[in-house]
Design a protein around this ligand. Structure first.
Ligand SMILES: CC(C)(COP(=O)(O)OP(=O)(O)OC[C@H]1O[C@@H](n2cnc3c(N)ncnc32)[C@H](O)[C@@H]1OP(=O)(O)O)[C@@H](O)C(=O)NCCC(=O)NCCS
Length: 201
């Protein structure tokens, strides 16, 4: 098992990454935007200089993926700037399938600027492990890699948000990995969320 940062992904490996996302986040908004959208988004995490992708790779292929950013707002702006036409195309497909998606789409792209703070931090944007290899500490190894790369001289903490309800396993997972609950809040859609932080000792 290798844990790699920003590797050059083959087409098959990028497909693995997208498959893991579809399998681990069923029903989530970005999943709803479709495979084409996710392919562009994950390629974007690798390409954007203030964001990155950590992957777990074994002999079968990619089995885990963690996306992070030092500036999610800049990341989304970068995606729009460099991939406007494909994004407009995939978003249009989603809006046709479900017109109410438009409001969420706008909010999703505006949200990072709402959470602007004084201090600099690293946002763990998403983490997923293939259902076939769950419970083998692959998720923890990817988090260890992110912690290892974390520069305490530049950033105050690693931050993340996750669902507070019907999501006990993931909340346990983050606590076991040294994250502390910072606050609980509700999204405009009424989703109850927990925000966790990890501070380097
Ligand atoms: C959450 C997730 C990334 C964990 O990856 P993983 O490789 O299976 O987790 P690990 O094996 O590293 O687990 C580390 C610890 O957390 C615990 N844990 C992980 N998932 C758990 C669960 N569902 N319920 C209870 N504990 C859990 C493990 O028991 C383990 O504890 P241990 O060290 O005492 O054995 C993975 O299950 C996943 O992809 N889930 C779906 C996607 C998701 O919801 N992502 C998070 C939101 S961004």
């Amino acid at each position: 098992m290798e844990i790699l940062e920003n590797p050059a992904l083959s087409k098959k490996e990028l497909d693995d990454v997208v498959k893991i996302h579809m399998e681990t986040f069923p029903g989530f908004f970005l999943t709803f935007l479709g495979k084409g959208f996710l392919r562009q988004m994950y390629k974007g995490f690798i390409a954007h200089e203030k964001s990155g992708l950590i992957v777990a790779k074994n002999e079968i292929g990619i089995v885990g993926v963690l996306a992070y950013s030092e500036n999610l707002s800049a990341f989304y702006k970068y995606l729009i700037k460099t991939r406007l036409i494909p994004f407009a195309w995939y978003s249009l497909g989603a809006i046709i399938r479900q017109p109410s998606a438009m409001v969420r789409l706008i909010r999703a792209f505006l949200k990072p600027s709402e959470t602007k703070r004084e201090e600099k931090y690293v946002e763990l944007s998403s983490i997923g492990v293939s259902p076939k290899t769950k419970g083998q500490h692959i998720g923890s190894k990817m988090i260890d890699k992110l912690k290892e790369m974390f520069d305490a001289n530049k950033f105050a903490y690693i931050n993340l948000e996750t669902d507070a309800t019907n999501n006990e396993g993931v909340n346990v997972f983050y606590i076991k990995n040294g994250f502390k609950l910072e606050r609980s809040f509700e999204t405009p859609e009424g989703r109850k969320m927990n925000e966790y932080r990890w501070v380097k000792k």
